[in-house]
Design a protein around this ligand. Structure first.
Ligand code: GLP
Length: 272
């Protein structure tokens, strides 16, 4: 797991947007896994800017979102479909037919979830999955206790998640109690994962995810089993990490490697 700690939210956002843009440029028909919530918002704003000012081209990109509330149609302002339209899709040149979000109005949940998994597979799998993290350490809507092998399915939300999300619904009674969510097993099959964590409200969850044991009680900790995960966070989210110094050292070396400063790494150039 690569742990990147930035001084502020703007640098976190820049880092995440650069990673996504690098992939889109290198593989224009890539498959992106996208997330909702406040954590990825700045990243989406930066991607919109890159599209507008630098011509970042999304025309061949396919997207799969992690989750959706049950019972909400895509035109409901609280739905994750609406969030994605207004915060990203409507402002870039993505083909609407290539944007996939679970259907909160699907009545045959089982058949729908199976078809969502199939669509991901047929698209060639997710190249990069963007993730936020819930205060209780959940990813997507995989609440504590979710099976680490779980696939896309119906999930009942925890009271804390309902409370956390009530701010978007005006009244807690309006928050749906059910969601369709990619499973932990689904997420672990993405080729790369990029998690964004902002603010000290996430520090406990971040600490458990990175330095705690792998446990279904903190579903983000399952990312320790993935071969290519980067967690990028601000100082607030990092404040409980015990191995902070080590993560900073790794980043320093990583930067020297990426910028080809081999002499500063003590590596002699081989002239043969
Ligand atoms: C919801 C979403 C998650 C998101 C989490 C945190 O539970 N299903 O995907 O990571 O909220 O949201 P925020 O980034 O707003 O803190």
């Amino acid at each position: 797991m690569r742990v990147v700690i930035k001084t502020d939210a703007a640098s976190v956002t820049q880092f995440a947007a650069n990673k996504i843009a690098e992939l889109v440029r290198a593989k224009p028909d890539c498959v992106l896994g996208l997330a909702t919530g406040s954590s990825p918002l700045g990243t989406y704003q930066e991607l919109i800017r890159m599209h507008r000012d630098e011509g970042l081209d999304f025309s061949r990109v396919t997207t799969f979102n992690l989750d959706e509330y049950v019972g909400l149609s895509g035109t409901d302002p609280q739905s994750y479909r609406f969030f994605m339209q207004t915060n990203l899709f409507d402002h870039i040149n993505i083909d609407p037919a290539k944007t996939n979000i679970p259907d909160g109005r699907a009545l045959d949940f089982e058949a729908f979830c199976e078809s969502y998994e199939r669509r991901i597979e047929e698209a060639g799998g997710i190249d990069l999955q963007l993730l936020g993290i819930g205060a209780d350490g959940h990813i997507a809507f995989n609440e504590p206790g979710s099976s680490l092998g779980s696939r896309t399915r119906l999930k009942t939300l925890m009271d804390q998640t309902v409370r956390d999300n009530a701010r978007f619904f005006g009244n807690i009674d309006n928050v749906p109690r059910l969601a369709i969510t990619m499973g932990i097993g689904t997420i672990l099959e993405s080729k790369k994962c990029l998690m964004i964590a902002l603010g000290d409200g996430k520090s406990e969850a971040v600490w458990q995810t990175i330095e705690g044991p792998v446990t279904a009680q903190v579903t983000a900790s399952a990312l320790q089993l993935h071969r290519d995960v980067t967690v990028v966070m601000d100082e607030g989210a990092a404040c409980l990490l015990r191995r902070r110094e080590y993560y900073d050292n790794v980043e320093q070396w990583q930067n020297l490697l990426e910028t080809g400063q081999f002499d500063r790494l003590g590596i002699q150039k081989n002239d043969n």
